[in-house]
Design a protein around this ligand. Structure first.
Ligand code: SF4
Ligand code: SF4
Length: 143
């Protein structure tokens, strides 16, 4: 979750596919590291050691670690993603809005076992066949 971009498409409800948190891990500045450490009841030093790696391009900044399957705070419950620090999550994660102009959301829509039909219908309002809708989503996710 690094680039918010300028979203031109209407936002859609997040269907918790988790693709964004698998692909991106937020950058945290010193103030946010202090805030998160306080929220978690640990020192900034411990927070950085446990959950981040240094970000070489910006002094004092760190990036949340990739656990190998996505953000270190990403968790799964029966195939549905969640954030284990949801109520105190980084600002960049709060600002991220699901939308049909996001490749991550399109990828999730394509790969999620039961993509909500309403979301698909917003993508192609005139289509009636689910196979056609999914083919269009696949095409857009890879474009
Ligand atoms: S902190 Fe939470 S919302 Fe942000 S990338 Fe990690 S798992 Fe996703
Ligand atoms: S990629 Fe989009 S739909 Fe999937 S979890 Fe992230 S915001 Fe939600």
């Amino acid at each position: 979750m690094v680039d918010h971009g300028d979203q031109t498409a209407a936002p859609v409800p997040c269907y918790r596919c988790g693709v964004c948190c698998v692909k991106w891990q937020p950058l945290l500045g010193p103030a946010e590291i202090r805030r998160l450490s306080t929220e978690l009841g640990i020192t900034p030093r411990t927070f950085k050691r446990r959950y981040t790696r240094p970000y070489p391009l910006r002094r004092g900044w760190h990036q949340l670690r990739d656990s190998g399957t996505g953000c270190v705070f990403l968790q799964w419950d029966e195939g549905v993603s969640g954030c284990s620090i949801h109520t105190v999550r980084p600002q960049v994660c709060r600002d991220w809005q699901a939308g049909l102009d996001r490749r991550e959301c399109l990828q999730g829509l394509r790969d999620f076992p039961g993509p909500p039909l309403l979301t698909l219908k917003r993508l192609l309002p005139d289509a009636t066949d689910r196979g056609q809708l999914m083919a269009a989503v696949s095409q857009q996710a890879e474009s």
